[in-house]
Design a protein around this ligand. Structure first.
Ligand code: C2O
Ligand code: CU
Length: 545
């Protein structure tokens, strides 16, 4: 197995990803950052130099389980102190499974400022994880949404009374590029439609060949629908796991998810076709994000058609059915343990604390402690966070998920859930109405340090006496991010077998910022000595502790 060394400098740069100039956080001057490529079993070493002048940083390797290296998870407040301006931090971790993964900042709302990229891990040739499908070429598409307001303005607005919501994004980006309508920009000289920086990305195909598209989403807010005009997609991978193939014209993808699809370049090769991303689940206020699928004869020119606008944004059942259709490939089924030792039933609500709008689980809104849990727990610093665990359930018999919360006030806590090492844990995420009537959003939940089996989905109130009987224990997909649909529930199961401290949160940047997350600890006594690098700054970091 090989070791891949990367030297990254994180800096502010003025960028125009959608032709509008804006301050971005970049890696070696780029946003998105460089794609990390490796083969299963390899080791990745990334030395991150923080050259941001006035801002901390931490980088999370999304979908990489960090077995034996919990301190490299890059979660500020959970696994490490942030990397201070002028400091450097070296992340070393193994990529033990093939598949499509991502990385992004995990500090404040910094991910939305442009610090993100893709990780592509090839299967070990001839090994048991070799792909159960064939293709002639491959492309990668990383989806995002983009605002012209800075993340500082966004965060300040979210924390204000009354809250100033971030609103719908100005643009949707594909591989960091979009196209804003310059005539809608007031300030002279800040929008330039002729910049090559905001040219649509072009994906070349040769007639008759089959292509794998790796698609990832790191949107700050939006659920997206992705399509390739005229080219049905066969879904073959989700979050690094092989899927029982199914064909879609429109792929729904939530923030934190990755998919691979296969397409055949079998359309009229005299023209080009659109790749399109559209907002779903929220009423769209953002134009379609586009790129070009190019058959050589079509050159670089835009397709002659208008870009597809996707399915109806509020067709929840359409998205629900695609979630249900995503199950394990028959030759790669890893059956889940038949039952769980513990079940957390987490009600997702929007609440208020001291007049501020927050998100809460079972009426408790999460706040990050100032001392990272991993360090606090290893050193026995019991005063570093609330030692009382958050609640495991809520009044599920009486709670009406279709009404706004009867008691809008929540409390906040930095307590965590301690799991018995090796135990099997079920989590049921129950969605509900928000503070305003007749509204429930889609929440993409992401678990660090593990993959979980997706046992079931429902719309309506989850009943612990009824619904577990309908769980899919035969061929559930393993994932690291899963959607909870409006007014719905999602049940997942995982094994607490990775020593460390792991975040579990809604991947909508604003929602996690407003408290929509929890933290698990398991097997702490098995965590090796912590590298001093994860704590403090400069020379105070010291050796191993
Ligand atoms: Cu990709 Cu904690 O997130
Ligand atoms: Cu959310």
């Amino acid at each position: 197995a090989a070791t891949h060394h990367h030297e990254w400098e994180i800096s502010y740069q003025f960028k125009s990803p959608d032709c509008v100039r804006k301050l971005a956080v970049t890696i070696n001057g780029q946003s998105p950052g460089p794609t990390i490529r490796a083969t299963q079993g390899d080791t990745i070493v990334v030395r991150v130099n923080n050259s941001l002048l006035t801002e901390n940083v931490a980088i999370h390797w999304h979908g990489i389980r960090q077995i034996g290296t919990p301190w490299a998870d890059g979660t500020e407040g959970v696994t490490q102190c942030p990397i201070l301006p002028g400091d450097a931090f070296t992340y070393t971790f193994a990529v033990d499974r093939p598949g499509t993964y991502m990385y992004h900042a995990h500090y404040g709302m910094q991910r939305s400022a442009g610090l993100y990229g893709m990780i592509i891990v090839a299967a070990a040739p001839g090994g048991p994880d070799a792909e159960p499908f064939a293709y002639d070429g491959e492309h990668a598409v990383l989806l995002n949404d983009w605002w012209h307001d800075s993340v500082y303005e966004q965060a300040a607005g979210l924390a204000s009374v009354p809250m100033r919501w971030v609103g719908e994004p100005h643009s949707l980006l594909l591989n960091g590029r979009g196209r804003f309508n310059c005539s809608a920009v007031a300030a002279e000289g800040t929008c330039n439609a002729t910049l090559p920086e905001c040219d649509a990305p072009v994906f070349d195909v040769v007639p008759g060949k089959t292509y794998r598209f790796r698609i990832g989403s790191l949107t700050s807010l939006c659920a997206l629908n992705f399509e390739i005009e005229g080219h049905p997609m066969t879904v073959v991978e989700a979050d690094g796991h092989y899927v029982k193939p199914f064909v879609v014209n429109n792929l729904n993808i939530y923030s934190g998810e990755t998919y691979s699809v296969l397409i055949k370049a079998n359309q009229d090769p005299s023209r080009n076709y659109w790749l399109a991303s559209n907002v779903v689940s929220r009423k769209p206020g953002t134009p379609t994000g586009t790129a070009i699928l190019s058959y050589a004869a079509g050159g670089r020119s835009p397709p002659p058609t208008t870009p597809p606008t996707g399915p109806a944004w509020n067709d929840t059942m359409y998205r629900f059915q695609q979630s249900v259709a995503t199950v394990a490939h028959p030759a790669h089924v890893e059956p889940p343990p038949p039952r769980a030792g513990r079940t957390l039933l987490l009600l997702n609500t929007q609440n208020k604390i001291d007049g501020r709008v927050r998100w809460a689980l079972n009426n408790v809104s999460f706040k990050l402690p100032h001392t990272p849990y991993l360090v606090a727990l290893k050193r026995g610093l019991l005063g570093a966070f609330d030692q009382r665990p958050p609640p495991e359930t809520y009044e599920h018999q009486s709670y009406n998920i279709y009404d706004p919360p009867p008691n809008p006030n929540a409390t906040s806590s930095d307590g965590l859930y301690r799991l018995a090492f090796g135990s099997v844990v079920d989590v049921v995420l129950q969605n509900a109405n928000m503070l305003a009537a007749n509204n429930s959003e889609t929440h993409p939940w992401h678990l660090h340090g593990h993959d979980f089996w997706v046992l079931g989905y429902g719309i309506g109130r989850f009943d612990p006496a009824v619904h577990p009987a309908s769980y899919n224990l035969k061929d559930p997909i393993l994932k690291n991010t899963v959607a909870v649909h409006p007014y719905g529930w999602t049940a997942l199961r995982f094994k607490a077998d990775n020593p460390g401290v792991w975040a579990f949160h809604c991947h909508i940047e604003a929602h996690f910022f407003m408290g929509m997350g929890i933290v698990f600890e398991e097997g702490l006594e098995r965590v090796a000595e912590l590298p001093g690098e994860i704590m403090g700054c400069g020379k105070t970091k010291g050796g191993r502790h």
